[in-house]
Design a protein around this ligand. Structure first.
Ligand SMILES: Nc1nc2c(ncn2[C@@H]2O[C@H](COP(=O)(O)OP(=O)(O)OP(=O)(O)O)[C@@H](O)[C@H]2O)c(=O)[nH]1
Ligand SMILES: [Mg+2]
Length: 435
């Protein structure tokens, strides 16, 4: 890998009604941290006021000239945009800057960070696939920095394979990676099956929220935790430390970030499946972050995208030792670092792990007659609705029995006040009342 430490970088963001200047600046703060993580050094930032992006250059003619001139004067060879650029915009910008300057966007930068943190075969395969999918549409014409893969921020990972930038070869490689991933996926599923009798708790949330620190606290592990973004790429599984949480395992997972490249989410399907398949998801918030609300929203969106049942999510407000205000009514306040609040969190996990009576929705196709019969035998059916090709069943029973019907679990339409049901303070069973 080429040494990129200290590579000078300019950052560009856009503000408008949807993204006021303060927010745009905050996004650039985070982009700056990503640059740091990638080994770069930010030497200048621009927030340009624009109602809508310029189709050709994203920021418009005047800004392009200004930034280009500053880059030349400052000896800067890399400009990173906070938003995803179209392949044409990136190409135009590089052309206008006379080929002296490489252009990258946030998704490209995130992919680069992932590529340099990937250690295991699973992570490497997933990142390479995501990178190639990101590259493919950007190959038309000469997208300069791609011809320099293998060096500098934005050029690591896939480029290290010394892959020739030939569409056909890339397509073949993508097909190969997909096959490898399918195998990895199967292996992961098999391993997960081996843990089926245990209560599985995934620790998820925004990057740097303290997931690995909490994981270490709740288990006897020593997972890598560091003040940097995307320290963790591979899920790690370990038994609970507390004797009271027998048969419980915790799973540390990769963090989320805003504007996560879609190719990355798709490629990390296998890794992220640990969150979707868990019995319980601890959504960890960094309460000391000035952007905690936005980070919460981003994480909730990703969890939704992954198809995580909201009733399975317990929100944890971490880093309370640094935070000023109260945790808010729906989160369990803790400090993974000092250990404060861990007892209460473990008590909540214990409460959730117990087989409890609840009301659940199942959607079973008529083609699965045996499953319908066994659902009727295992649960008390409260309501049945014919949906044409299957049955929607509202059933009462215990959570343990629900496990063998996981693939049929239907999501109820969001109920008003449903969020409250995930509160540690309510005694109501979380899925009950979702009739
Ligand atoms: N003060 C304080 N710092 C914390 C707490 N929890 C975690 N940290 C710090 O926050 C930083 C990030 O912690 P990690 O556990 O690596 O965070 P993560 O969510 O696993 O991050 P990624 O894997 O990079 O997504 C580290 O420097 C931790 O020491 C806490 O409760 N209080
Ligand atoms: Mg981590």
């Amino acid at each position: 890998m080429a040494d990129t430490r200290g590579e000078k970088v300019l950052l560009v963001g856009v503000s408008n009604r949807a993204t006021p200047r303060v927010l745009a600046e905050e996004h650039l703060d985070e982009l700056e941290r990503l640059v740091e993580t990638a080994g770069g050094r930010t030497v200048g930032r621009y927030v340009k006021e624009r109602a809508s992006p310029d189709p050709a250059t994203y920021v418009g003619k005047g800004a392009v000239e200004e930034i280009g001139e500053d880059a030349r004067n400052g000896g800067v060879a890399l400009v990173i945009f906070d938003d995803e650029l179209t392949p044409a915009q990136a190409r135009n910008l590089e052309e206008r800057w006379g080929g002296e300057v490489r252009v990258l966007d946030r998704p490209g930068l995130i992919l680069d960070v992932f590529a340099s943190h990937a250690r295991t075969k699973e992570a490497r395969t997933q990142v390479e696939l995501a990178q190639l999918q990101y590259l493919l549409p950007r190959l038309a014409g000469q997208y300069r920095h791609l011809s320099r893969l293998g060096g500098g921020i934005g050029g690591r990972g896939a480029g290290e394979q010394k892959l020739e930038l030939d569409r056909r070869k890339i397509r073949n490689r993508i097909a190969r990676l997909r096959k490898d991933l399918a195998e990895i996926d199967t292996a992961r599923t098999v391993r997960r099956r081996g843990r089926r009798d245990q209560f599985q708790v995934a620790i998820a949330g925004y990057t740097n929220a303290g997931k690995s620190t909490l994981f270490n606290r709740l288990t006897r592990e020593d997972a890598f935790a560091a003040d940097r973004l995307f320290a963790t790429l591979d899920p790690r599984v370990a038994r609970a430390r507390s004797g009271k949480l027998s048969d419980t395992v915790f799973i540390d997972t990769v963090g989320f970030v805003r504007k996560l490249p879609t190719s990355l989410v798709a490629s990390f399907r296998s890794t992220l499946s640990e969150i979707r398949e868990a019995d319980l998801v601890l959504h960890v918030l960094d309460a000391s972050s000035p952007r905690v609300e936005e980070e919460r929203r981003v994480a909730v969106e990703v969890l939704e995208e992954l198809g995580v049942d909201p009733a399975k999510i317990v929100t944890v407000s971490n880093k309370r030792d640094l935070a000023a205000g109260p945790a808010g009514p729906f989160a369990i306040p803790i400090s993974a670092k000092t250990g404060a609040g861990i007892d209460a969190l473990e008590a909540e996990i214990r409460r959730r792990a117990r087989p409890e009576a609840g009301v659940f929705l199942l959607r079973i196709p008529y083609t699965r007659g045996a499953a319908i019969a066994s659902a009727r035998a295992r649960f008390r059916v409260l309501e049945e609705k014919d949906e044409g090709n299957g049955l929607l069943l509202s059933v009462a029973g215990d959570r343990q029995s629900l496990r063998s019907f996981a693939e049929y679990a239907a999501r109820a339409a969001p109920v008003r006040g449903a969020r409250r049901k995930t509160s540690p303070r309510t005694r109501t069973e979380s899925l009950s009342g979702r009739r």
